[in-house]
Design a protein around this ligand. Structure first.
Ligand code: F6P
Ligand code: MG
Length: 445
C-alpha cells in the first residue's frame, strides 16, 4: 500500500510550519536565557571551565537558531560518548545516501523536531561539567508548583478512593467510575505540555474532577469502557494473576502527577499487578519527564511535612516501587527519530518485553504522531492501517490533539468539529482515548 506523505514544514499552511518557524526558535531562545542566568552559578559550582562551557553551549544554541531560521542542512551528530549516537547517525546517513538534503523546513517534521532536542543534548554532552544540566528544569518545576491546588484536590480524592476497601468483585460500577475519572484526569493533564506553548507556563488551575465532566464532549474518540472491561476481565484482583501494563509517560509536572495517580489507582485496585513506567533518558520536547523529574516529584510530595495528603500518596508510591509493582525504565528508543513501526527492528528487546504486557498506555501527542508515523492520513483512515504493523499487544493512546494528524474519525464528524473549532487538531482543546485491541492468536492463548 502506498503511504501518504509525511507531515512537513514544506507546507506553509501546516502546523509543522508554524512549529518550526515560531515555536522551535523560541524554545532555543529560552535555553540561551537559562544559560545566561546560570552562568555564574555554574562557575561557582564547577569552576571557571564551566563558565566557558556555558558560553560554548550558548554559541551552539545561537548557531542552532540561525540554522533553523535559514533552513540549513542538518548534519551528523558529534558527541561520541553517548550510546544512541550511532543509531541517530545511521538514520541520518541513510537519508543522505539517498541524495536527500535533510533540512528544517524541507524534511519530515518528526525527524527534524526530534533532531532539535538531540542537538540540544549534544551541546551539553560535549561539555565536561554541564552534561547533566537540564535546560528545561525550571519550566517543568514551575508547572508543578503553579498547579498545587489542583494537585491537592486530586491527591485528596485519590487517597479516599484507595483507602476505601472496595472489593472489585462486588463493586464493579464504583471502580469503573473511578477508573474513568483517573484516566480522564490523566488525559487532560496532557494539556500542560510545554512544547506547544514554546515553554510558557501551562498550569492546571481548575478542579480536575469538575473539568473532566465539562470536557467530556471534547473527547472525540472514547474507548474507555472497552478498556475498563478489558482490564477488569483479566481478573488481576483475584490473586496470582500477573497482569502487566507498560505506561509510556509524557510530560513532567502536573501531567506526570496525574499519570502516577492513574497508575496508583490501577495497582491499588488490582486492575493490574505490575506497571513499567517509561521515562525519557534526556531532556526531550521541553517538558517530557526524565528520571530526575520523576524523583524530584516524589521528593516534593514526601518533603511536604505540612501536607499529609501529599505524604500519604508519596508513601504509597514509594511502596509500589519497593514492592516491584512500579518499575522505572528509561529506554533510548523513545528519544530516537524512529516511529513505532520500527521498534521491533531497532529495539527488538523493548518490543519483545512490551509484547508480553496486557496493555500499553501511551501518553501524549508525540506518541500518537509516532504511532501513526506522522503521515498525512485521511481523517477516516483506520487506526490499524495507520499503525503499519505495530501490534506488540493491545494499547491505548491518551492524547490531547496538538498536531494535524488524526485517524478513525468520520469525515462528516470532522467537518462538524471544524465548524465549531477550526483549530481543533492542534490547540490541545480536544482529545482522544483511542485503543487498539490485538486479536489473540493461538500462540497467545
Ligand atoms: O511543538 C508542538 C508539539 O511538537 C506537538 O505537535 C507535539 O506533538 C507536542 O509538541 C508535544 O506534545 P506532547 O507532550 O503531548 O507529546
Ligand atoms: Mg511531551
Amino acid at each position: 500500500m502506498a503511504l501518504p506523505p509525511p507531515l512537513s514544514a514544506k507546507d506553509e499552511k501546516s502546523f509543522a510550519y508554524e512549529t518550526i518557524k515560531d515555536r522551535l526558535p523560541l524554545i532555543v531562545t529560552r535555553i540561551v536565557d537559562f544559560l545566561a542566568r546560570h552562568r555564574t552559578n555554574f562557575a561557582k559550582q564547577y569552576g571557571e571551565d564551566a563558565e566557558n562551557e556555558c558560553k560554548s553551549c550558548i554559541s551552539a544554541m545561537d548557531k542552532l537558531r540561525y540554522e533553523i531560521a535559514r533552513d540549513k542542512p542538518i548534519l551528523l551528530l558529534n558527541d561520541n560518548h553517548t550510546d544512541d549516537i550511532h543509531i541517530w547517525n545511521e538514520y541520518l546517513q541513510k537519508e543522505m545516501d539517498q541524495g536527500k538534503v535533510i533540512s528544517w523546513f524541507q524534511s519530515n517534521w518528526l525527524l527534524v523536531e526530534c533532531y532539535m532536542y538531540r542537538k540540544i543534548a549534544e551541546a551539553f554532552n560535549l561539555t565536561a561539567h554541564l552534561q547533566h544540566v537540564d535546560p528545561f528544569i525550571e519550566m517543568k518545576q514551575h508547572t508543578f508548583y503553579s498547579s498545587v491546588q489542583a494537585i491537592d484536590v486530586v491527591l485528596a480524592q485519590l487517597n479516599i478512593d484507595i483507602e476505601q476497601t472496595t472489593d472489585p468483585v462486588n463493586n464493579k460500577s464504583t471502580i469503573e467510575q473511578q477508573f474513568y475519572n483517573y484516566m480522564e484526569i490523566s488525559l487532560w493533564g496532557n494539556q500542560c505540555d510545554l512544547s506547544l506553548s514554546g515553554g510558557a507556563n501551562r498550569s492546571q488551575e481548575h478542579d480536575p474532577f469538575h473539568q473532566i465532566t465539562e470536557l467530556k464532549t471534547h473527547i472525540l474518540i472514547n474507548h474507555e469502557t472497552s478498556l475498563f472491561n478489558y482490564l477488569y476481565d483479566q481478573q488481576a484482583y483475584l490473586l496470582n494473576f500477573d497482569v502487566c501494563i507498560d505506561f509510556v509517560l509524557d510530560n513532567a509536572g502536573f501531567e506526570l502527577l496525574t499519570d502516577l495517580c492513574f497508575a496508583d489507582f490501577l495497582i491499588s485496585k488490582r486492575l493490574c499487578s505490575r506497571i513499567t513506567l517509561h521515562l525519557k533518558c534526556f531532556p526531550w520536547f521541553v517538558s517530557d519527564a526524565t528520571k530526575t523529574d520523576f524523583d524530584w516529584l516524589l521528593e516534593q510530595l514526601s518533603n511536604s511535612s505540612s501536607n499529609s495528603v501529599w505524604q500519604i500518596a508519596s508513601k504509597r508510591w514509594q511502596q509500589h516501587i519497593q514492592n516491584g509493582q512500579w518499575i522505572i525504565q528509561t529506554h533510548r528508543f523513545f528519544t530516537l527519530p524512529y516511529d513505532y513501526s520500527y521498534m521491533q527492528q531497532i529495539s527488538s528487546e523493548l518490543y519483545c518485553t512490551m509484547s508480553q504486557s496486557k496493555l500499553i498506555i501511551f501518553k501524549g501527542d508525540l506518541n500518537y504522531r509516532k504511532l501513526v508515523g506522522d503521515l498525512r492520513w485521511p481523517l477516516n483512515e483506520r487506526f490499524e492501517t495507520a499503525l503499519r504493523g505495530f501490534q506488540p499487544t493491545s494499547f491505548v493512546v491518551l492524547r490531547t490533539c496538538k498536531a494535524d494528524v488524526q485517524v478513525d474519525i468520520d469525515l462528516k464528524v470532522g467537518q462538524e468539529i471544524t465548524k465549531i473549532d477550526p483549530r481543533w487538531m492542534v490547540n490541545g482543546k480536544w482529545a482522544v482515548i483511542q485503543a487498539f485491541f490485538k486479536k489473540q492468536t493461538e500462540k497467545d492463548i
